[in-house]
Design a binder for this molecule. Structure first.
Ligand code: NDP
Ligand code: 2IT
Length: 449
């Protein structure tokens, strides 16, 4: 098995995030490969780790000063064994092929776990939307999609949002695609309600994360009631995680962005959350402005030389990292364990480094990997695709019930796969095994292709 990882490192130099995601899956599925030689014979994991297609292109656009700007755009079409490629688009200066390959690879297993027919993909650009005017964002999205359009389609590849891509960007991209193809299809998800979008898609990732956490707690005869919760991020996933924690009687006390975090010991209420939503989604402000409004809170600015994030050193019951990859290191994990955190639910993709995962599992913390606990977002994208194919809309209640059931099924499938292979209550191993088997069997059935 180690030779597979060595080979991946040799073939994909300088892409540590991709190596990290590969290592987790290779380690977790080892007992499945040992028990079922067919997966080795058909070189399934090696094939999964080689993208079916990677598209890389230039995006040229003009800023408000009339200056020409050049960015890079990508789409990684990782695996289409169980459905059209599906996965978000990320606009962030850190985007490069290694990040998108890790995300597209994770997406294969996540999408399989939802039980819906979706393959794995991811894309994006190193474009930084921060500080750009609406007109600049629109011109960028239009130029990005002039190229992207030819590679996607509602039965081919269906992108959605991710970091830096929300309702505004999806709107500009959808409009461009429609103009170029002269067709109104569900080629993107996360569309606005009223023009093909699904009710509840905006809320789905954060809500699904907390449904999943509730399932984990119920499995231990516990609940979210009165749980003090740490949340990082203040974007789409964090906002709706906070909201669902409130619905379930828990107490969210933190939120953050890339500049720092706020700690509100009295708890973030629905009114305070509405302030955060307006601040981040409409005013596009910074989280530190929260403390100007609410004196119960304190703000901590990130410092370059910090070895750990003090956000994760606050006494709490549950922690939900909802910002970005590798935001929780070993020291952060040690602090959480020391402070009595009993549950960690990943809202972001791969927020815990490997040593941090090992540490929390050794200390019997209930831990769910993003590919299981944040799958509610893409699952609801799948439900949006379903509505678009039908040419109809479901009610909020219908979508929310489907989301709850999907999160419950993922929870049960993770537990049963983990138990079958001797790792009781290990959601990380269960999620990887369960997702892997489904895609692997489809690949074998479809031949050497
Ligand atoms: P948003 O762009 O809405 O919000 C991202 C948040 O994370 C912002 O608060 C941002 O702060 C912060 N952040 C981003 N990058 C960094 C960084 N390098 N360091 C510190 N903070 C950072 O994105 P989402 O909420 O949609 O996504 C958050 C995470 O959830 C990502 O890992 C994404 O892949 C994952 N995810 C998203 C899904 C979705 O449906 N949207 C579905 C499943 C997973 P700032 O504004 O300062 O950049
Ligand atoms: O990481 C993810 O699952 C997403 N960004 C959502 C993908 C989607 O297609 O809804």
């Amino acid at each position: 098995m180690s030779e597979i990882l060595e080979n991946i490192k040799d073939r994909n130099p300088g892409e540590p995030e991709f190596h990290q995601a590969a290592e987790e899956v290779i380690d977790a599925i080892k007992p499945v490969l040992d028990k079922n030689p067919k997966y080795r014979k058909h070189k399934i994991i090696e094939r999964m780790l080689e993208p079916e297609r990677v598209v890389s292109f230039r995006v040229t656009w003009m800023d408000d000063n009339g200056e020409i700007q050049i960015n890079r755009g990508y789409r990684v079409q990782m695996n289409s064994a169980i459905g059209p490629y599906k996965g978000g688009l990320r606009f962030h200066p850190s985007v490069y092929p290694g990040i998108l390959k890790f995300l597209a690879f994770e997406q294969i297993f996540k999408n399989a776990l939802t039980g819906l027919p979706m393959g794995g993909g991811k894309g994006g650009s190193d474009f930084n939307p921060k500080g750009k005017s609406d007109a600049e964002v629109m011109r960028f999205c239009q130029n990005f999609f002039i190229e992207m359009t030819r590679h996607i389609g509602h039965r081919v590849d269906v992108p959605a949002g991710d970091i830096g891509v929300g309702a505004r960007e999806i709107g500009y991209m959808f409009g461009t695609h429609k103009r170029l193809t002269n067709e109104f299809t569900g080629v993107l998800t996360g569309k606005g309600v009223g023009w093909g979008g699904s009710l509840m898609r905006t809320e789905a990732t954060g809500y699904g994360l907390i449904y999943f956490a509730q399932n984990m707690l119920e499995h231990k005869d516990d609940s979210m009631e009165d749980k003090v919760c740490l949340i990082s991020g203040s974007g789409n996933v964090a906002q709706h995680a906070i909201e669902k924690i409130l619905h379930m009687g828990g107490k969210p006390v933190t939120a953050s962005d890339s500049s720092g975090y706020i700690y509100d010991e009295e708890g973030i209420t629905q009114e305070k959350l509405d302030f955060i939503k307006d601040l981040k989604n409409n005013k596009r402000g910074r989280i530190k402005e929260y403390v100007d409004e609410y004196s119960s809170a304190e703000y901590h600015e990130n410092k370059d030389d910090e070895e750990f994030n003090p956000l994760w050193d606050i006494k709490a019951d549950c922690a939900f990292p909802c910002a970005t990859q590798n935001e929780v290191n070993l020291k952060d994990a040690e602090n959480m364990v020391k402070n009595g955190v009993k549950l960690i639910g990943e809202g972001a993709n791969m927020p815990l480094i490997k040593d941090a995962i090992d540490h929390v599992l050794e200390n019997d913390v209930l831990y769910s990997p993003g590919k299981a606990s944040n799958a509610g977002g893409v699952a609801t994208s799948g439900i949006e695709m379903m509505q678009n194919y039908l040419g109809s809309y479901f009610t909020s209640e219908e979508v929310d019930n489907r989301l709850k059931n999907i999160m419950k099924d993922i929870h049960e499938n993770c537990l049963s796969a983990a138990e079958e292979y001797g790792h009781k209550d290990n959601y990380m191993i269960g999620a990887n095994i369960s997702g892997f088997i489904k895609v692997a069997d489809a690949m074998i059935a479809q031949g050497v292709i």
